[in-house]
Write a protein that binds this ligand. Structure first.
Ligand SMILES: [Zn+2]
Length: 408
């Protein structure tokens, strides 16, 4: 019983059972959830009890699409990606801390250069720096001259296969490709596919031989239909989805990773690229379209996860956006937790059920009653250890001897 701790709270949302369990707390055994329930039912006598006061516990948030080294509000994201590694490392440490402070305990990194994401992943796992557990992509694949090809493009079926294998060799957990242009650059459209069907199939095949899933940065048109039909796991962003895109995604069970903070928040692309009228036009067009298709996406039952796309510290905005566009607070919380884990094929985070890691956030108000409670963080815990305190100070989690259990 030496490792058992009971965290006493006002209630728990475990992301598995519906609703809030009022009066429940969390029993943690050696960094993993042992039970959720009221103390008189689940807390054995003699167990260490931590009284957290009037707080509500939710699973640690899963940011399903972000980058360690980018800050969108500073503009020109491509240039930011290719700065010298030492500079990237210094900024990345602070960005990781901001992610953790807002409750993100797992983050899926969607392109870095210099292999720096593998180093950040190791630095967090060994307790060197404070941050969320990372899942990494290595270098993104994009054709020469197109959005996402910051440090050189990858063209043709043979080259894309080699690039997938090189990423796997560096420890990638998934493969990121770019099939359309981006809102934050002017170099290609949001709807055409920059990769051919043949190239996309080569990528998906090479990745699946290695047990890796593929995620496609894509906004709409053929750039969404081709990768969805080829069997990618997820479409990222999807701000310009058409009826055909939604049908194709629903047919193939393609996930949609929404990244609305960077698009809608005033400190996102709008701030970073304020001096580029062509980009601001794209922002307004993408916002209008994203709002217009929200109901259709929900009605089609497309599985959704959420990513800030480098808006470090603002993960709550992703969940708030959902509730402002027709989703319930409970749906928003699931999208930000257990669905993010499911997207990645990770089964030991994202929910507070027995056996999963005790990664959780203590909120000062009930987020099911009002989603803005997710901004009121009173503490963040990884593996049952406090990594963010009431004042927002962070510290690393103890080293993790085993990485996430996976079902790819
Ligand atoms: Zn991104």
């Amino acid at each position: 019983m030496a490792d058992l701790t009971f965290f006493h709270a006002a209630g728990v949302f475990d992301a598995v059972r519906p609703g809030l369990q009022a009066g429940a707390g969390l029993l943690v055994d050696d960094g993993r959830v042992a039970a959720v329930g009221p103390p008189d039912e689940v807390c054995p006598p003699g167990v260490t009890r931590v009284d957290l006061g009037e707080v509500y516990l939710v699973p640690g948030f899963v940011d399903a699409h972000t980058h360690v080294t980018i800050r969108p509000g500073e503009g020109d994201q491509h240039r930011q990606l290719v700065q010298p590694p030492a500079w990237q490392a210094v900024r990345g440490v602070d960005n990781l801390r901001r992610m953790l402070s807002c409750g993100v305990t797992t983050a899926r990194i969607m392109t870095e250069e210099h292999g720096i994401d593998a180093h950040f992943k190791a630095a967090v796992a060994t307790g060197e720096v404070a941050g969320p557990a990372l899942r990494i992509a290595g270098r993104g694949l994009s054709p020469t001259g197109k959005h996402g090809s910051a440090a050189g493009g990858v063209d043709g079926p043979d080259a894309v296969r080699r690039a997938v294998r090189a990423n796997a060799d560096l420890g990638a957990d998934h493969i990121k490709i770019f099939t359309t242009g981006g809102v934050s650059s002017t170099d290609s459209s949001l709807e055409e596919s920059n990769y051919s069907a043949e190239e996309i199939s080569a990528i998906v095949d090479a990745a699946s031989e290695l047990g890796l899933m593929v995620s496609a940065h894509a906004h709409g048109g053929a750039g969404v239909d081709l990768p969805a039909a080829a069997g990618v796991r997820s479409v990222e962003h999807g701000a310009m989805l058409t009826d055909s895109n939604i049908t194709t995604m629903a047919e193939h069970g393609t996930w949609l990773v929404l990244t609305n903070t960077i698009l809608f928040h005033p400190s996102g692309i709008e701030q970073g690229d304020a001096r580029e009228p062509a980009i601001l036009r794209k922002v307004h067009q993408a916002r209008e379209s994203a709002r217009a298709v929200a109901d259709q996406v929900r009605a089609a039952g497309i599985p959704i996860a959420l990513g800030t796309d480098s808006m470090h510290g603002l993960f709550g905005y992703e969940m708030q956006w959902l509730t402002e566009h027709g989703w319930s607070t409970e749906d928003a919380l699931r999208a930000g937790t257990v669905h993010g884990a499911e997207l990645m094929g990770v089964t030991d985070v994202g929910a507070l059920e027995p056996g999963r890691r005790a990664d959780f956030v203590a909120l000062r108000r009930d987020p099911l009653a009002d989603i803005t409670a997710v901004y009121d963080v009173a503490g963040v815990y990884r593996h049952g250890c406090q990594v963010v305190d009431r004042d927002g100070f962070t510290r690393p989690a103890p080293p993790t001897p085993t990485q996430h259990e996976e079902h790819r």
